[in-house]
Ligand binder design. Sequence first.
Ligand code: UDP
Length: 244
Amino acid sequence: MGMKKEGLKLFENGKRIDGRAYDELRPIKMEVGVLKRADGSCYLEWGGNKVLAAVYGPRECLPRHTQDPLKARINYRYNMAPFSTDERVRPGPSRRSIEISKLSKEALEHVIFTEYFPKTSIDIFVEILQADAGTRCAGLTAASLALADAGIPMKSLITACAAGKIDGKVVLDLGKLEDNFGEADLPIAYMPRTKELVYLQMDGDLTKDEFKEALRLALKGCDEIYRIQRDALKKAYEGEVNGR
Ligand code: UDP
């Protein structure tokens, strides 16, 4: 975000560098139930992002002193594979991955009925296999489907998407070059059923009007993604995927 590149035009003649319109998402596909040993799982591709989410639980929360007698504890680990970016990612948690994990966990605490499962933990692992901007949104969207696949009761799915600003224009779903050389990025997540926002971050600067436009676009993106999420669940549970 905010880097300058001489002569690079991100938005020209109404089109973006990859040919998209300002309000167009990158192609997205999702499949649930891809991992046998997890209680729930999801594989998601979103533009150049490739993400696996796995859910275990509710299961006994260990070590015991971390148990909550009134509700389930949610653990969320966002992790970038060393081969997921151009430069090898140093293995282990980073400041960035700890921040993303914390906010994603807090978003999910809003939708999971944690009080149904006291003393347990629900463990969510998000592995970014290939990163191409927008991985925190891709991870949360995949995690929410993996939770549904695990049969964990939730108030709503969570759908995440970002909007941002490139060459002064507010656009939906930044790609990698747009993320690196753009002016702002606004990733959000919301509960499509109740329209409650559960995640919002902002990198860069937006005016008040630009912020409103970015939020409008991101919510519109979420509505499209929600449809894809529901289709993926329907497909899995109509017995069309993996013979289930
Ligand atoms: N990225 C990278 N190495 C890192 C962190 C990020 O190459 O250690 C790339 C990666 O492609 C990522 C993009 O930069 O998707 C944007 O990162 P950001 O922190 O904005 O998070 P994201 O948009 O993926 O949620």
